[in-house]
Design a protein. Structure first.
Length: 150
């Protein structure tokens, strides 16, 4: 994870995404997924890093899953400090209004696979999923590469 997130090793995310896509295809719960949407980074952070690690993961899933990855499906409107050391309550407060659905018409009526690199408290995924569920007719499933252990 460290290599993917901080060392520029995008291939780690792609390989893990392909493996996840292969596993998801075997489950009937994911058979009708229409589109993969990664949790967005703020544009400033993405420019510094050079890529969104969740989008790289999503692209790997898309390759094997046979569904498009919509990297611009959501947008992060506020640049916030790293959330890695914050509690769930603090994370929910900080991420509550910073995500928007960028292309709601393109997502209407879709089963969306929301992807992120690491699940820590679930606050970011929860807020993003709730935003996506505001789009008429959507269903949201989630996948992450890893889960942080406390």
């Amino acid at each position: 994870m460290h290599n993917l997130k901080y060392k520029g090793k995008q291939e780690v995310g792609t390989v893990l995404g392909r493996k996840m896509g292969t596993l998801l295809r075997q489950s009937p719960l994911f058979a009708d997924v229409d589109v993969i949407v990664p949790v967005p980074l703020h544009i400033k952070k993405e420019r510094i890093r050079g890529y969104n690690q969740s989008e790289v993961f999503g692209n790997g899933i898309a390759e094997t899953f046979g569904r498009p990855c919509m990297g611009n499906g959501m947008k992060r409107t506020v640049h916030s400090a790293s959330l890695t050391k914050q509690s769930r309550e603090s994370r929910l407060k900080n991420v509550g209004e910073i995500f928007v659905v960028n292309k709601p018409k393109a997502l209407e009526g879709k089963h969306i696979l929301l992807v992120d690199d690491v699940l820590t408290t679930g606050a970011t995924l929860e807020v993003c999923a709730n935003k996506l569920l505001e789009v008429p007719g959507t269903r949201v499933s989630m996948a992450t590469i890893a889960m942080a252990m406390h």
